[in-house]
Ligand binder design. Structure first.
Ligand SMILES: [Zn+2]
Length: 259
């Protein structure tokens, strides 16, 4: 029996996650990525920096670790833009990601977004989650690339500031502490207030895969690091939620909202 009905072309949803450093994708969005790929969503991860300024072995290590993390999360494509890390302190080094003109990096990210037909770009909140210069650049470049490639939806990865008050061991909390100590007014605060957060995703069901993805970044989060030594219950309390602010129409990512 034949049918005259043409096959319905249902484009597979495609989301592009843009991150500053290898390990950010696991820490801030690893659970979301695992939940999305389990749903059959195509996920592309683009990482801006790779440490190649500290030598080829460092860059190779960081890339291999990110590839291992991406495999566990069933990421379709992992792309490195290859910029040097700007470092935390002082002026970003010339040529580093944070010192790169926004349009230049956005052109490259937009090209990837077009190629994978991204329906949304996931970047960072306007404070760069905790103020790292490369994270601030992810906000600028991600937003700008979405405009260039006409991607209708942008998610800003963030952390719930109120949640952080209870979770002193979160890597972000520690980063906030160190940044606050180094800022003159001591007023810097990471993340976003709860009322501004559109999507909270409980990633408990894939937490083992998130933890494995974080652990894959051995050079950054070694087995004897504070995060890796947490017992399961504490790890879940610290890393069991992921947060986003959305602009543009909702996508498949909103279906994961558990708040
Ligand atoms: Zn980072």
């Amino acid at each position: 029996m034949t049918s005259n009905t043409p096959p319905i072309h249902q484009p597979r949803p495609s989301l592009l996650f843009f991150h500053a450093h290898p390990d950010d994708e696991a820490i801030f969005t690893g659970g979301t990525i695992a939940l999305l790929t389990d749903l059959g969503v195509g996920v592309t991860v683009v990482i801006a920096t790779d440490d190649h300024h500290v030598g080829p072995i460092g860059a190779e290590t960081r890339r291999l670790e990110a590839e291992s993390a991406a495999t566990g999360l069933k990421v379709d494509r992992l792309v490195f833009l290859g910029y040097p890390d700007s470092g935390l302190a002082g002026e970003p080094a010339p040529g580093s990601f944070a010192a790169t003109p926004t349009e230049e990096a956005a052109d490259r990210l937009a090209a990837v977004a077009r190629e994978v037909e991204a329906t949304a770009i996931v970047a960072y909140d306007s404070g760069g989650i905790y103020g790292h210069p490369d994270h601030l650049a992810v906000h600028r470049v991600g937003t700008s690339a979405a405009r260039l490639a006409e991607v209708p939806t942008v998610y800003q990865t963030t952390v719930d500031r109120e949640h952080l008050h209870f979770v002193a061991t979160h890597l972000v909390g520690r980063a906030v502490e160190s940044l606050t100590r180094s800022s003159a007014d001591g007023k810097l605060a990471g993340g976003s207030p709860t009322v501004l957060i559109d999507i909270t995703i409980d990633v408990a069901s894939v937490l083992d895969r998130k933890r494995a993805a974080m652990a894959a970044h051995i050079s950054q989060i070694p087995p004897d690091s504070e995060a890796m030594l947490l017992d399961d219950a504490t790890f879940a309390a610290v890393y069991g939620n992921e947060w986003y602010v959305r602009s543009g129409p909702p996508t498949v990512l909103d279906q994961l909202n558990t708040s």
